[in-house]
Design a protein around this ligand. Structure first.
Ligand code: NDP
Length: 243
């Protein structure tokens, strides 16, 4: 079993917390990042080999310092999970452009920031994996999701581009594209009409959306494959999800 450093962004809730739990259970040294570090510190983890750092992924220098600090303790990053993201629903005519900027900065530039910090070293070592959290909204459109869809199409596009650029060095770039799941993602939506439309759509699935545990299992499955095998993408949604 590989035991290199695993870096997870957005570990304070949702998918990120579940990914942290699954790798912690297997004894991996972890760097867990987020802005609400008190929430990370409350997770049911064995904190013996876990470093928690308050990092906003849009701040590349804070992001870089946290990774350098963890690498001094645990060695080089073998897996980066670029999971942090936000979804602010709304249609383009009604939505405040600040919300578009926040989504693109976090969901796209945050992923590029993390990638830039670890990639060169992974290339030089001919080893390493980056798994980006995209979405079903990274390859198909959803009403009231224009800027979010733009950000997640961005994640799909940059992941495949970088995969092609580094595949010859033995570095794996992969992504997970989940459907609707029960996390804190909807708690930041300010457009109440868009929010209620989304909740109505979820109800049409019989109220059974994806359990974040299975997203974490997908990340682990991708990582656990031998380094010479790159599962480029996993699309995962509740069976009852129609779109
Ligand atoms: P949550 O809101 O539960 O978790 C989002 C995480 O991202 C939090 O830990 C949050 O931490 C972190 N985060 C947000 N902005 C920043 C930032 N600027 N810097 C650092 N961390 C940040 O939602 P999910 O778990 O659902 O979201 C995780 C990923 O999954 C996102 O990329 C999302 O787009 C994607 N996704 C979610 C789906 C769903 O239905 N839930 C479906 C498809 C994809 P903190 O606030 O502490 O900084």
């Amino acid at each position: 079993m590989k035991k290199g450093l695993v870096v997870i962004t957005g570990a304070s809730s949702g998918f990120g917390s579940e990914i942290a739990k699954i790798f912690n259970k297997d004894g991996y040294p972890l760097l867990l990042l987020g802005r609400r570090i008190e929430k990370i510190k409350e997770l049911p983890l064995n904190f013996d080999n876990v470093l928690v750092e308050k990092v906003d992924v849009t701040d590349i220098s804070a992001f870089d310092s946290a990774i350098k600090k963890a690498e001094e303790i645990y060695g080089k990053t073998d897996l980066l999970v670029n999971n942090a993201g936000i979804m602010l629903l709304g249609n383009v005519m009604a939505q405040d452009p600040i919300e578009w900027k926040n989504m693109l900065d976090t969901n796209v530039l945050g992923v590029l920031n993390g990638t830039k910090i670890v990639l060169e070293d992974m290339k030089n070592r001919h080893h390493g994996t980056i798994i980006n959290m995209s979405s079903i909204a990274g390859f198909k459109a959803f009403v009231n999701h224009a800027a979010y869809v733009a950000s997640k199409f961005g994640v799909h596009g940059l992941s495949e581009t970088i995969r092609q650029e580094v595949s010859g060095s033995g570095v794996r770039i992969s992504l997970v594209a989940p459907g609707a799941a029960e996390t804190e993602l909807l708690t930041h939506v300010t457009d109440q009409n868009a929010l209620s439309d989304y909740n109505d759509w979820k109800k049409s699935m019989g109220g059974i959306t994806l359990d974040p545990v299975h997203v974490a299992e997908s990340v682990k499955f991708i990582y656990d494959m031998p380094q010479e095998v790159n599962i480029r993408e996993i699309d995962i949604a509740a069976t009852l999800q129609d779109a």
